[in-house]
Write a protein that binds this ligand. Structure first.
Ligand code: BLG
Length: 491
């Protein structure tokens, strides 16, 4: 039998007290934000419904911020819940509210005023604040030239701060701010000469230049801005650390580059002149053929905007287009293909569009069933341009390389080999300008994206009419569809 000596009792008591303290400490320590997110299994994010952040396209929810944050939620292994703010002030006031969003992903730029309320992540996109003018007005070249102009900017934006500071320097500077608009509205207002100038970020200009033919960049008011995510201010940086780790990975893996290219790469791909031309043709030419595209698409169960994108790539929507090789018409049918599709007048836009639709639908149906649904369209487009025989050759070369002949990403790297003797000599159909279909598909993908971003799928019967181009995130409610609930869209 053990005797409890006074010293054993003291030791025991001390141990108990220490244990109790530890236990109490363990119980009372609140979980970190990151732990709470993981417990709940939900990442609640606030953003804005705009073309450069979050909107709907042919595949549903999309947008630069949306896609980036979706990857982050996936990495955390939790569901994503998206909430949209009506304006920037609301966005900041909701952040960190009880049961509210824990993260703001909305193309935000750090500023001293904002730092009082939130913490910013590491940057993920470099942008510049750009002064935008109408190309028919004189180009402002420096800050002083903003004086005397009708200038409107987004309320609560970094541009408002910029303008406030400028007003100190130029007391005659007059400007207005509004929280009833998005940057895309400001660009349209300049395009339609409702205002002289606006200030928006370069990524928004890059994305929207293809819709507004008349807007131009006057100069950069501020070159070195960086977009960052924001979390509520406080000592808990568990989520911030995780975000920064994720962003560093996204840079390394190429994810950020891919998103930047997809959403903001239009001008890089089309060139400035190409972007202005596309915007002009969208307003001036497409309306003449939209009905024909819709009818032909319906007949062959294809998305009309894909047909329209093909038509733009082929002829810039010009029904009399003729290639060096004698291929003709809006959809550039060869004589042989036109005949096979029952087209007797290739210069008749309706016939050409119908022939093109019939041909692409036929090619889709002829592709091997192993090619999955999301890739089929790119293969069919390549065949439209280079012919099914050459495409088959490229798929065989792809397989011989140990790559996947059913993945467009793989086949497109091999197609250009059809122009090199070393490779085409081994094929059944021989030489082809294999680089052309790759370029062809890339361009159509780009036009298709732009067109689906302009014309919202949920608005049946939406028309692109001169001066009223629909832009993503700003669907006019024509009474036939329920307006999107701007409050909370969870998924
Ligand atoms: C396509 C045909 C395919 C044909 C290939 O050529 O034309 N597509 C159409 O007519 C819609 O049917 O495949 S084949 O029948 O299996 O041989 C190959 O011959 C058209 C292409 C050719 C290209 N544009 C549609 O994309 C074109 O015009 N290239 C010439 C460019 S240039 O003016 O010489 O620079």
């Amino acid at each position: 039998m053990h005797l409890l000596t006074p010293s054993t009792i003291r030791t025991l008591l001390l141990c108990c007290a220490a244990g109790l303290l530890l236990a109490l400490n363990g119980c009372s320590k609140p979980p970190s934000t990151l732990e709470r997110i993981q417990e709940k299994g939900v990442l609640h994010v606030i953003t804005r419904n705009s073309p450069s952040t979050y909107f709907q396209d042919r595949n549903g929810d999309t947008g630069f911020e949306y896609e980036l944050v979706k990857h982050f939620a996936k990495q955390l292994g939790v569901e994503l819940k998206i909430e949209t703010a009506e304006n920037i002030d609301q966005l900041f006031s909701r952040l960190g509210a009880e049961d509210g969003p824990v993260l703001a992903a909305a193309g935000l730029v750090e500023s001293p005023a904002r730092l009082a309320h939130v913490r910013f992540s590491d940057p993920y996109l470099d942008v510049a604040a750009q002064v935008i003018y109408h190309h028919k007005s004189p180009r402002p070249k420096q800050a002083q030239h903003l004086v005397g102009k009708n200038l409107l900017a987004l309320k609560g934006s970094i541009h408002e701060d910029n303008l406030k500071a400028l007003k100190q320097e130029y007391p005659d500077l007059d400007y207005a701010v509004s929280d009833q608009v998005e940057s895309v509205d400001l660009l349209r207002m300049v395009d339609e000469q409702q205002i002289d100038l606006t200030l928006v970020n370069s990524n928004q200009v890059a994305m929207n230049q293809v819709y507004f033919p008349n807007i131009r960049v006057a100069f950069n008011l501020n070159d070195n801005l960086q977009q960052r995510w924001a979390i509520a201010a406080g000592d808990d940086i568990s989520l911030l650390n995780e975000i920064n780790r994720f962003l560093a990975n996204a840079k390394q893996s190429g994810l950020l580059q891919r998103l930047t290219e997809r959403y903001y790469g239009h001008v890089d791909t089309l060139g400035y002149v190409g972007a202005y031309a596309f915007a002009r043709h969208l307003q001036q030419r497409l309306p003449n053929y939209e009905a024909a595209f819709r009818d032909a698409a319906k007949e062959h169960a294809i998305d009309w905007r894909l047909l329209a994108a093909m038509g733009y790539q082929e002829s810039h929507w010009l029904p009399t287009a003729t290639s060096k090789t004698g291929v003709r018409g809006l959809m550039m049918l060869t004589q042989r293909t036109a005949q096979a599709m029952g087209v007797n007048d290739r210069l008749d836009p309706k016939q050409s569009i119908l022939g093109g639709a019939r041909y692409i639908a036929l090619l889709m149906s002829q592709l091997p069933s192993e090619i999955n649904a999301s890739d089929r369209i790119w293969f069919a487009l390549a065949a439209y341009n280079v012919g099914m025989g050459h495409l088959e050759d490229a798929r065989k070369l792809t397989a011989a390389e140990g790559l996947d002949p059913n993945a467009w990403l793989d086949v497109k790297t091999i197609l250009p080999r059809l122009a090199q003797k070393q490779w085409y000599s081994k094929t059944r159909y021989g030489y082809a300008r294999g680089g052309e279909p790759v370029h062809f598909v890339n361009n159509i993908r780009r036009y298709y994206d732009i067109l689906t971003w302009v014309t919202q799928p949920q608005i049946e019967g939406a028309h692109i009419t001169s001066g009223s181009t629909h832009v993503p995130g700003l669907q006019p409610n024509d009474g036939r569809t329920a307006p999107i609930d701007p409050a909370v869209i969870s998924q």
